[in-house]
Design a protein around this ligand. Structure first.
Ligand SMILES: [Mg+2]
Length: 181
């Protein structure tokens, strides 16, 4: 890993952008004989998106591959920016940051594959799942203990908020929201 002490980086983060396959999923894609594909997302990451939203840290998705399953899941999570089918991920990452009027160094990124490396090297804080490609692990600031599809995004939101000393407060806000219904 590039940087074992990421506290200074975490304090600046205002936006989280995440890759999809291999981060929000285990990377497997089932393609059925009718051409429809399916993949598994965990509800934990939906809670992570909600937690980020409460803390004022929006989450965006950025995938090199287009998938209808991703579009549906992103809409369900209330994700405003779900950019798919872009191999030039760094350019797409910069477009997302520009939309939010956030400096790329104030945006964290999660990715597991080689195509993510340019973004991981040029974002404010680079995260990757435990089972990422070794070359990705080499450039990430921090790996999560979880593997892709196990709640990596939720874990990263918690790491960011803990680094900003806002985790307990945000959890409390989320809890009161849930209880209010
Ligand atoms: Mg990936």
């Amino acid at each position: 890993m590039k940087n074992p002490d990421i506290s200074a980086k975490l304090q600046k983060i205002k936006l989280l952008v995440s890759d999809v396959d291999g981060v929000l999923t285990d990377g497997n894609i089932e393609i059925h004989s009718d051409g429809v594909e399916s993949k598994k997302f965990t509800v934990k990451d939906g809670a992570g998106v909600a937690l980020g939203r409460i803390a004022g840290i929006p989450v965006a998705f950025l995938s090199a591959r287009h998938s209808e399953a991703t579009t549906i899941r992103a809409a369900e999570m209330g994700i405003r920016y779900c950019i798919q089918g872009r191999l030039d991920k760094l350019a797409a990452f910069h477009e997302i940051c520009a939309h939010y009027n956030i400096d790329p160094l104030q945006a964290a990124y999660i990715g597991d594959g080689l195509v993510d490396i340019p973004v991981l090297e040029n974002c404010g804080c680079a995260f990757a799942p435990a089972d990422c490609h070794p070359l990705v692990a080499a450039v990430a600031d921090q790996l999560t203990e979880l593997r892709g599809g196990e709640g990596v995004l939720h874990a990263v939101v918690e790491i960011i908020l803990a680094g900003q000393n806002r985790l307990t407060e945000t959890m409390d806000q989320m809890r009161s929201k849930v209880y209010r219904g």
